[in-house]
Write a protein that binds this ligand. Structure first.
Ligand code: UD1
Ligand code: UDP
Length: 375
């Protein structure tokens, strides 16, 4: 009997971190042929993840250009996907999350009338401009998808409310599967600066990249980080700066040169996860960090006005601090100075699963495609 051909499509760093473990789980199933098509919406940051997980894609669209626009990413993905789908002839296409790659990958599979599975389905803010364009990508992919792999029960409820009632599976988030393979107690960093950081001080891990934060909000964020670093000798800020030129300009203009600020290049995923495990606090506008840090018992201040990850907020380890300079500084200072406030947030909770999300997703696909009886 021919194997079921499942093609996973991804292109950015976070999609890769969350999809590589699934590509491997699918490859371990005797009845499945696991195929991997990368758009390379991110080039260096994607390749770094592929290296960490030791995965070689079957197809590479290689679309990235500096300062790419949403339209160029989407149109180049769509055109490239035609060729990939015709060559690899998958029975099912899997996309992840909410990027332009996700949307174009799902749309292209639909044009070829190939069923689509959406991994990390059902996240919502209900504000179509925030996060931008991710919230709309999620909605559009929900309309296209045939199988929905929801990290949490809340994500499933969002989809049910929107009228999606079939082929919904609560699986946990595959990022926890990834974390389980990367975080190690005796980990030694290949970035030497991280081995010699003064961990006895308060190491604050920072990331920032969202499009809706470009301009004024990003300036506020950088100035807030500078202010925290300048007024707190007991703090060391470690900031692996995203390769986006827009982000790098803002960092150079407002943050570079501040005392106790370590501006470094993006870290390989394993280095990042182990740094997170050792830091004191996380300040970020990232989606993925809101899932990883709670699992590692690290408080997170989210430099955004909303979040599609209310589970970690409800559990008490994530708080929104917005994008106003004073608010960010005040909330960060509180966690730096007030031990009780810190301890209330710093407990390991993990609303995002037990690290077996990939197994559940593979089981669900096998069930939906008639390869197994029990759901
Ligand atoms: C994209 C996703 C966002 C996700 C983020 C993860 C969209 C619209 N946005 O945003 O949802 O949270 O990835 O990081 O899909 N660059 C490089 N090398 C790289 C990666 C990026 O040089 O390896 C530079 C390029 O100049 C590129 C720019 O960064 O044009 C922006 O990349 P892009 O994928 O358009 O946007 P992100 O902000 O990374
Ligand atoms: N990450 C990484 N190296 C870095 C910064 C982040 O490996 O220098 C990882 C991080 O641990 C998480 C993912 O990248 O798994 C988050 O990616 P990003 O913040 O770019 O995107 P988002 O999650 O906001 O879509």
């Amino acid at each position: 009997m021919d194997k079921l051909r499942i093609m996973s499509v991804f292109g950015t760093r976070p999609e890769a971190i969350k999809m590589c473990p699934l590509v491997k789980e699918l490859a371990s199933r005797p009845q499945i042929e696991s195929l991997c098509c990368v758009t390379a919406q991110h080039r260096q940051m994607l390749d770094s993840v592929l290296d960490v997980f030791d995965l070689k894609p079957d197809w590479d669209l290689d679309i990235m250009t500096p300062r790419q626009t949403l339209s160029t990413i989407t149109s180049k993905c769509l055109t490239g996907m035609d060729e990939a789908l015709e060559a690899l002839r998958p029975d099912v296409v899997l996309v992840h999350g909410d990027t332009s790659t996700t949307f174009a990958g799902a749309l292209s599979a639909f044009y070829h009338q190939i069923p689509v599975g959406h991994v990390e389905a059902g996240l919502r803010t209900y504000d179509k401009y925030s996060p931008f364009p991710e919230e709309m990508n999620r909605l559009l992919v929900s309309g296209i998808a045939d199988m929905y792999f929801c990290p949490t029960a809340g994500n499933r409820e969002n989809l049910v409310r929107e009228g999606h009632t079939e082929n919904l599976f609560i699986t946990g988030n595959t990022v926890i599967d990834a974390l389980k393979t990367t975080v190690k107690e005796d980990y030694r960093f290949s970035t030497e600066e991280l081995n010699t950081l003064p961990y006895e001080k308060k190491v604050v891990l920072v990331t920032c990249h969202r499009r809706e934060n470009y301009g004024e909000p990003m300036r506020n964020i950088m100035l807030a980080l500078r202010q925290i670093a300048e007024q707190r000798p007991d703090v060391e800020l470690v900031y692996p700066v995203h390769l986006s030129p827009v982000v790098r300009e803002s960092v150079d203009k407002y943050l570079r040169g501040a005392p106790r600020v370590h501006l470094i290049d993006p870290l390989p995923a394993d280095e990042m996860h182990n740094l997170m495990a050792r830091c004191y606090l996380v300040l970020t506008d990232s989606g993925g960090l809101q899932e990883e840090a709670p699992a590692l018992g690290k408080p997170v201040l989210v430099m955004r006005r909303e979040t599609e990850r209310p589970e970690a907020v409800a559990a008490g380890t994530v708080k929104l601090c917005g994008v106003v300079q004073d608010d960010i500084v005040t909330m960060a200072e509180r966690l730096i100075c007030d031990r009780a406030a810190y301890e209330r947030m710093a407990h390991a909770v993990n609303p995002y699963g037990d690290g077996h999300a990939c197994r559940r997703i593979a089981d669900a696909i096998e069930w939906r495609c008639g390869l197994r009886k029990e759901r």
